[in-house]
Design a protein around this ligand. Structure first.
Ligand code: FMN
Length: 191
């Protein structure tokens, strides 16, 4: 059975290390038979979540983002760490996609019983371990089945080659394996 995954980088930065780490995860998930959409932040220019704003008129990017979440059976996420937590970009997206946004009654959550894996990369020593932990907790709160596996890339400035590939073969295999693990777990849950 083909499962569909949404791949989300916690950074929209052009040369993002997390986008590169995510690419290895996506490679693994596709090799394991999943279809994967990589979220393009440029088509989801979301304002900061605000209930007054929502009441005045839902920004058009929000339902579009939620539709991408809705279509996914699971989430591949690679996140940086900002001041000891995961970035506002990610939290804002998670918050918008948790809202009704004009969905029909009973449409349900875009998180509940979906699978997720979280990895992270930073140029620092600790490889986003704090933000990975926090994001895993929030995804669990939202109802996602978060796999225990993770990959943390420290010293990210030296971890990728000119083409964006992970230089260290062991880390590359781990990142690809994380994507494959999500694909397989999602396939098993859908049967
Ligand atoms: C506001 C801000 C706070 C940051 N705080 C941390 C931090 O707490 N820990 C850390 O390891 N790196 C921190 N960094 C560095 C980012 O992890 C680094 O810029 C990373 O490369 C961003 O991810 P990206 O390469 O995917 O864009 C911070 C960066 C910014 C802009």
């Amino acid at each position: 059975m083909t499962v569909h995954l949404l791949a989300i980088s916690g950074s929209a930065r052009r040369d993002s290390y997390n986008r590169k780490l995510l690419a290895a995860m996506v490679e693994g998930a596709r090799a394991a038979g999943a279809s994967v959409e990589v979220l393009d932040w440029s088509v989801h220019p979301l304002p900061i979540m605000d209930e007054d704003l929502e009441a005045a008129g839902i920004p058009e990017a929000a339902p579009r983002l939620k539709a991408a979440f809705r279509a996914a059976d699971g989430y591949l996420i690679a996140t940086p760490e900002n001041n000891g937590g995961y970035p506002a970009l990610l939290k804002n997206a998670l918050d918008w996609a948790s809202r009704g946004l004009g969905d029909p009654p009973g449409a349900g959550s875009v998180y509940k019983n979906k699978t997720a894996v979280v990895a992270g990369a930073t140029p620092g020593r600790w490889g986003a371990v704090r933000s990975i932990r926090q994001l895993r907790e929030v995804l669990g709160y939202l109802g996602c089945i978060v796999l225990p596996d993770t990959v943390s890339v420290n010293d990210a400035g030296k971890a990728f080659d000119a083409e964006g590939g992970l230089i260290d073969a062991k880390t590359r295999v781990l990142a690809q394996g994380l994507g494959a693990a999500l694909a397989r777990a999602t396939q098993a849950l859908k049967q």
